[in-house]
Design a protein around this ligand. Structure first.
Ligand code: PHE
Length: 445
């Protein structure tokens, strides 16, 4: 079998593309708004450093040692109990499930790129109507753009690791960074910039509830793309002499920097032209467009570029969400890439239609259970249960199942004095943190 692998820099760009997604630019600012800024940001940053960083190294190590799809890598690294541990590899399913709503949101973004070309809503009320009309009544538009996202993502995946995934990341990631940097520089010249800085970096501990704490920890996992085999799948093609710590450092650095930059920029615009930090998923789709309107012509240009950047961030994450299952079917069942890409694509496309319907008036009644629509359930089950569980499994697997000598043989020279603290954090800090997150999110704690 021909082995296609990322180039050295291609790996870092693709892994960064995976990490930097809707989570950074859409979700991080609105949950920061929701939980009151400073203190929340601090909890998130500490989690990224203490838990995220060490788990990413562990997941990368598993791919590096396993060299196969996630299920086979688990089997290979735990030969004595492979029939049990192979189930760990099915954490990759989380990516396909996430795609069910991720692709729908990318569709909304496509729609916003097109509508920003012609007009922006003049008032927050109007912006809210536009968004809610799309969400609750306009099945056709959502279906159309969701299908476009499916076609794009499937096309790239079918082209393979190097000429598909690496190449797309190679163009889209620099474009994304240039757009955000340009808008960020403009934001720093506005009077409201210092207000945005104060909002994001002055901790007000009274605002940190246990829910805020848990959300910050869960988000650190989601945004780094941990616990569902993405990094493991990408790192299965690393060179023998790859430095896992350096790779991890760059991915974590870019992911965090882009979230902070996006947050500062959006809050500056909202202070300057809107009504201050907004909350909830509508921040980017409701509060922001009307702030852009207030900005005048430049706002129109910014709106178009902003949604393009957001779409790029989403697309480069999407391919990483689907690739683990594609690799599984290719490696274990000898499927062709075409067959695997189309099947996985059709899976999230098909269920995505129900995610759309679950917000549409007249249909949503049939697709809502408890207080959540099908769309919300998929988001909740993946973020609250599957990713923390995946992270927990990886930490325990590298911390206790793979012999320490094997872990040491690769990591000691790269981590040096930090090896023992890293190992300790994998064995104890991460598992405990993950259990707390899961139990709280499913409502037991
Ligand atoms: N990290 C991506 C984001 O922030 C989403 C993602 C989750 C990607 C899990 C890969 C794995 O949007």
């Amino acid at each position: 079998m021909k082995i296609t692998r990322f180039s050295r820099i291609g790996f870092i760009i693709a892994a960064t593309g995976s990490a930097v997604g809707l989570g950074n630019i859409w979700k991080f600012p609105y949950i920061t708004g929701e939980y009151g800024g400073g203190a929340f940001v601090l909890v998130y940053l500490v989690t990224v450093l203490l838990v995220g960083f060490s788990t990413m190294i562990a997941e990368m190590l598993m791919g590096y040692l396993g060299r196969m799809d996630t299920v086979s890598s688990f089997e290979k690294l735990a030969p004595a109990k492979k029939h049990l541990w192979k189930f760990g590899g099915f954490e990759s399913l989380a990516g396909l499930f996430i795609m069910i709503f991720y692709s729908v949101v990318i569709g909304w973004i496509f729609n916003y790129i097109i509508t920003s070309l012609t007009s922006l809503p003049a008032t927050p009320k109007e912006a809210e109507n536009v968004f809610n009309n799309m969400l609750h009544t306009d099945f056709t538009t959502q279906f159309f753009y969701h299908t476009m996202a499916f076609v794009w993502i499937t096309y790239v995946l079918n082209k393979g690791l190097k000429s598909g995934i690496e190449k797309m990341n190679f163009y889209l990631m620099p474009a994304l960074i240039i757009i955000l940097a340009g808008m960020f520089i403009y934001a720093t010249t506005l009077g409201a910039f210092s207000q945005a800085v104060a909002f994001m970096f002055t901790p007000d501990w009274s605002k940190i509830t246990s829910e805020a704490f848990v959300t910050a920890v869960g988000h650190a996992f989601f945004t780094l793309g941990l616990g569902m085999g993405t990094i493991m799948t990408y790192s299965a093609s690393l060179e023998e002499d790859a430095n896992l710590v350096k790779n991890t450092f760059w991915v974590v650095f870019f992911d965090t920097a882009i979230a902070i930059v996006a947050g500062l920029m959006l809050f500056t615009f909202l202070y300057q032209y809107g009504s201050g930090p907004a909350k909830g998923p509508g921040l980017v789709f409701i509060s922001l467009p009307s702030a852009f309107y207030e900005m005048g012509l430049l706002g129109n240009v910014f709106a178009i570029f902003f949604f393009i950047a957001l779409a790029f961030a989403g697309l480069t994450s999407s391919v990483s969400l689907v690739e683990p299952m594609i690799k599984y079917f290719i490696d274990r069942f000898s499927w062709s890439r075409l067959k695997a890409s189309i099947s996985m694509g059709l899976f999230f496309w098909f269920f995505g239609i129900f995610a759309i319907l679950s917000n549409i008036d007249g249909a949503k009644e049939y697709l809502t259970w408890g207080d959540k629509s099908f769309f919300d359930w998929v988001d909740y089950v993946t973020a609250a249960i599957m990713l923390p569980l995946g992270g927990l499994i990886i930490a325990i697997f590298v911390g206790f199942v793979i012999p320490k000598s094997k872990v040491e043989s690769v990591m000691k020279s790269q981590l040096k004095w930090a090896f023992e603290p890293w190992y300790f954090s994998l064995r104890y800090i991460t598992p405990i943190a993950m259990c707390i997150v899961m139990l709280s999110l499913i409502g037991i704690l």
